[in-house]
Design a protein around this ligand. Structure first.
Ligand SMILES: [Zn+2]
Length: 81
């Protein structure tokens, strides 16, 4: 099981202020979660609604603080909405 939920991860458009959950309308922002591959120096940020626990991705990547960089920072991979 991934990230504490069996629900499918949805996509969120990275524009404007992102604080409202499209699923339930909760307006106080999101919890933040990270997903790392085994060796990959780049992980992805996920947003989790504190109210309904819906999960979202915006294609945001982050560099792991301890892993060596063997390839350039990846291009943003904006998921289809
Ligand atoms: Zn929600």
């Amino acid at each position: 099981m991934e990230m504490g939920s069996k629900k499918e991860v949805q996509s969120l458009l990275p524009e404007g202020e992102v604080y409202q959950c499209p699923s339930c309308g909760y307006q106080d922002g999101f919890h933040l979660s990270f997903k790392w591959g085994q060796e990959d120096p780049y992980g992805e940020l996920y947003l989790i609604c504190p109210n309904c626990h819906a999960r979202y991705r915006m294609g945001l990547k982050v560099k792991h603080p301890l892993r060596e960089i063997e390839r350039p920072f990846p291009e943003p991979e904006v998921p289809p909405v």
